[in-house]
Design a protein around this ligand. Structure first.
Ligand SMILES: C=C(OP(=O)(O)O)C(=O)O
Ligand SMILES: [Mg+2]
Length: 400
């Protein structure tokens, strides 16, 4: 293992055109790693804090970089502990989780470079690389990712029967194209939202019909099972004062929301439902999981924020059966691994995820293979999304 000799930080563009942090890590033997922080729009209340990129960079240069130089790049825990010590808070509000995660990922890549191993193997060990996650592909979206579109944030194709990750990735792209055809046949114009999903000005009810139809068409073309799922991002729909979920002019109580989602799971045979309820309502999550958790994944994103304490609370309450893992929600790869391990020990499925604001960084593709995750959510089309999907295809082809 070689020591870190320098860390450079800079502002680069994310996919929304906002500044984000990119980190380069160099080691004494010439190992090089680069990582870039993504950025959320429908962020959970309990996420680690993202600072403005310039501020995060300035603070990290002052407090974190001097602690990190001289550490072994491959000792990920030491690197991530140093980031935490440099920050001194629980939520990275001092140096910013954006710089922290960029440095954490860059150090891992520098270590992999020194070893001459693919990143997934450095992170996951010699026996990883046989199993691949099912990609959940966002094909219709609204909420915080596209105004004037659906209330539900994401409708996600789930090619659960695909014989290979490559066929799964292409199936999702085909569903995305089929959605465009179905919308066109209905005379609905559609722009794209932040993640490249179609963002049509239609009701949620019509979006279910459109996605169902598109999935059916592609399923019969490819000959393997494709289902679909949702990210309801319900914390964004929940109005604390009204104590209700707000869908335009309509509202639903927590009980009505549970009833609604349980009905959708059965009507559309949903494979996956993320954040169906507010991020503070473990009890309602538990009730829904009790009702439908035997036939679909109930996944906590804003609920758990990749945080082992919140996940442990959820496990104790029976609140879900899967967790979304977003490294920038918690700030380091070590913390993200801890959440994956706690989930796995308790029979929770793991879903490694992008953010709505992304870069060309491909770390999450490697993280999904390294952790043997069942699923990855990283969009369907658009360069910052296909960067990860194509990396999965390359990993499967032994071409990384
Ligand atoms: C990817 C998501 O959106 P964001 O990055 O805006 O939180 C999500 O909610 O799962
Ligand atoms: Mg989500």
């Amino acid at each position: 293992m070689t020591r870190i000799t320098s860390i450079s930080l800079r502002r680069v563009l994310d996919s929304r055109g906002n500044p984000t942090v990119e980190a380069d890590v160099l080691t004494e033997s010439g190992g090089f790693g680069r990582g870039a922080a993504p950025s959320g729009a429908s962020t959970g209340e309990y996420e680690a804090i993202e600072l403005p990129a310039s501020e995060s960079i300035a603070k990290s240069r002052e407090h974190a970089v001097p602690r990190l130089e001289g550490l072994y790049a491959g000792d990920q825990r030491a690197v991530d502990n140093a980031l935490r010590a440099a920050d001194g808070t629980d939520d990275f509000s001092n140096i910013g989780a954006n710089s922290a995660v960029a440095i954490s990922m860059a150090a891992a890549k520098a270590a992999a470079d020194v070893l001459g191993a693919p990143l997934y193997q450095h992170l996951g060990g010699a026996f990883r690389g046989e199993n691949f996650p099912v990609p959940l592909g966002n094909v219709v979206g609204g909420g915080e990712h596209a105004k004037e579109a659906t209330h539900i944030q994401e409708f996600l194709a789930a090619p659960v029967g695909a014989p290979s990750v490559s066929e799964a990735v292409f199936a999702n792209a085909a569903v995305h194209a089929a959605v465009a055809d179905v919308l066109d046949e209905r005379g609905v114009p559609a722009a794209k939202g932040d993640e490249g999903a179609w963002a049509p000005p239609i009701s949620d009810a019509e979006a279910f019909e459109v996605v169902d139809e598109a999935v059916d068409r592609v399923e019969s073309e490819v000959g393997f099972e494709i289902r679909f799922g949702l990210d309801m991002a319900a914390a964004e729909l929940y109005d604390d004062d009204a104590e209700a979920y707000v869908y335009g002019d309509e509202t639903k109580s927590a009980d009505e929301q549970i009833e609604y989602v349980a009905g959708l799971v059965d009507e559309y045979d949903l494979a996956y439902v993320e954040d169906p309820l507010d991020e503070n309502d473990y009890e309602a999550f538990a009730e829904l999981t009790d009702r439908v958790g035997d036939r679909t994944l109930i996944c906590g994103d804003d609920l758990f924020v990749t945080n082992v304490e919140r996940l442990q609370d959820g496990i104790d309450a029976g609140a879900a059966n899967s967790i979304l893992i977003k490294p920038n929600q918690i700030g380091t790869l070590s913390d993200a691994f801890d959440a994956v391990e706690l989930a796995a020990r308790n029979g929770y499925e793991t879903v490694i995820s992008h953010r709505s604001g992304e870069t060309e960084d491909t770390t999450i593709a490697h993280l999904a293979v390294a952790t043997d995750a069942g699923y990855i959510k990283t969009g369907t089309v658009g360069g910052e999304r296909t960067a990860k999907l194509n990396e999965l295809v390359r990993i499967a082809d032994d071409a990384v």
